[in-house]
Design a protein around this ligand. Structure first.
Ligand SMILES: [Zn+2]
Length: 463
């Protein structure tokens, strides 16, 4: 290396200084804030600088940092990564579709995973949400529920969000079509045969698409679970936790194979009614332990909020009326009617299944099964955005720590899409999705509701 003379060294240093002085300050600094994420833990009195959609500095507030164009005083506040809702349906109820992006952002949800809708319905919604400068969370979508010969969500007794896969050839063609339509993952549904399930899973993997699934009624959780990346609602897991699981499986196969006509939704309800409660009554610790042990590489999105409605009716929360006021008026009236019906129906107060769901998630978590946070909004009285915070409370009730609940709504969903190097933590180089809270979420997970500001894709969207 050429030796530099002192005058040259001095002048280059002066030149560098001059450059630094003429570069205008850029980005936004959140100063003196307590930074919390599931990897870095808790960092008190830090400054986080983001510039556009990127975090460019994270350092103790007394460190020398380049001046930012804007400063937010984060003293006494807490900064967490933008939250995800891993299970939403943007097009399930079109009264909600337009208002959902704003409702998510208002509650600190900066990314959503749409787990089922028809492509023609989803396409304009996704395009609008992804348009440059759009006020919307990041969105990842699967397209329709890939169902079996008999489709549950067939557009007759339920909204049409499912599609038929009667043969392995149809399965391969459908996945190819979805890949071409630009889906981010696929979702396999409950009525597929084991052969179709295998064909869908293989086609998804070959296409490089992550796979979400319900455990098909024709299979056991321990067979289907390890083949996919996420499982939803704990659906049909109880059937593989029963002492007589094999017997129940044979009984289901006989009914499924003997079914020649009629809606998939009716067939599914019949099987759930026939085996759901008996399976819980026949719960076998050892059998369930083996089932759970097979699922340590599959993210469980238990949607506990939904599964525990009987224990925790959302309309009994003190902040329910305020939250519901944000919902579209037409849906609000329908929900009020639903709630009145609910209050008058004691059968809906049976908490057996809710308690089972909570204890199953606790056991799964203790065994190292990764847990993800999702709500199924707007299904089952789930107010978009608001309900994710209820899900976090249920996850803590099931046995996660508040930090693990935050992990379920940040790192886990990022991992599902192999995006953990881009999102889910507050580090240099990560995307600028951030939520500023007034109260410490580690003291009480309900404090994720105390939102002071939301930054989504580098823009302050709520303050
Ligand atoms: Zn769903």
């Amino acid at each position: 290396m050429k030796k530099l003379t002192l005058p040259l060294l001095l002048s280059s240093a002066l030149f560098a200084l001059a450059c630094a002085e003429t570069t205008p300050p850029a980005g936004t600094a959140i100063t003196h804030v307590t930074v919390i994420d599931a990897v870095g833990g808790v960092r008190a009195n830090h400054t986080v600088v983001f510039d556009g959609d990127e975090i460019v500095a994270v350092a103790p507030s007394d460190a020398k940092l380049p001046a930012a164009a804007e400063t937010i005083d984060g003293s006494g506040k807490y900064l967490i990564p933008g939250l995800w809702d891993m299970h939403v349906h943007l097009t399930y109820d079109d009264r909600f579709t337009d208002s959902m992006p704003d409702m998510f952002l208002a509650h600190g949800i900066t990314s959503v995973r749409d787990t089922g809708g028809l492509i023609p319905n989803l396409e304009p919604v996704i395009a609008k949400m992804r348009a440059p400068g759009a006020r919307a969370p990041r969105v990842f979508f699967s397209g329709p529920l890939l169902d079996g010969e008999f489709v549950v969500y067939d557009g007759k007794s339920r909204p049409e969000i499912g599609t038929q896969n009667s043969t392995t050839a149809m399965a391969e063609a459908n996945v190819a079509e979805l890949k071409a339509a630009g889906v981010d993952f696929i979702k396999i549904y409950e009525m597929v045969s084991p052969e179709v399930f295998d064909a869908l899973a293989k086609a998804g993997r070959d296409a490089g698409l992550p796979i979400a699934a319900h455990v098909p009624l024709s299979m056991l959780a321990s067979e289907a679970g390890p083949a996919v990346d996420s499982m939803e609602h704990l659906r049909n897991v109880a059937l593989d936790c029963a002492a007589n699981a094999e017997e129940l499986h044979q009984e289901r196969l006989a009914i499924l194979n003997g079914h020649t006509e009629g809606p998939g939704g009716d067939l599914r309800s019949r099987l759930h009614a026939l085996q759901g409660s008996p399976a819980i009554a026949q719960y076998d610790e050892e059998r369930c332990g083996r089932t759970i042990a097979s699922l340590t590489s599959t993210i469980q999105v238990p949607t506990l909020r939904l599964n525990t409605l009987a224990m925790h009716p959302p309309f009994e929360r003190t902040d329910w009326d305020t939250a519901l006021a944000q919902a579209p008026a037409s849906a609000r009236e329908e929900w009020e009617t639903l709630i009145t019906g609910w209050r008058n129906n004691n059968a809906l107060r049976d908490t057996t299944s809710a308690e089972f769901s909570l204890s199953l998630v606790g056991r799964m978590h203790a065994a190292g099964v990764p847990i993800g946070a999702g709500t199924d909004t707007p299904i089952g009285l789930s107010i978009p955005g608001y309900s994710l915070h209820t899900e976090l409370e249920r996850l803590v009730e099931a046995g996660l720590t508040p930090l693990e609940a935050i992990e379920a709504a940040t790192i886990r969903p990022a991992e599902f899409f192999s995006l953990q190097d881009e999102m889910g933590t507050i580090e240099v180089g990560r995307r600028a999705d951030l939520v500023l809270l007034d109260e410490n979420p580690l003291d009480n997970i309900a404090n994720t509701r105390t939102i002071a500001a939301v930054i989504a894709r580098g823009k302050m969207v709520i303050e």
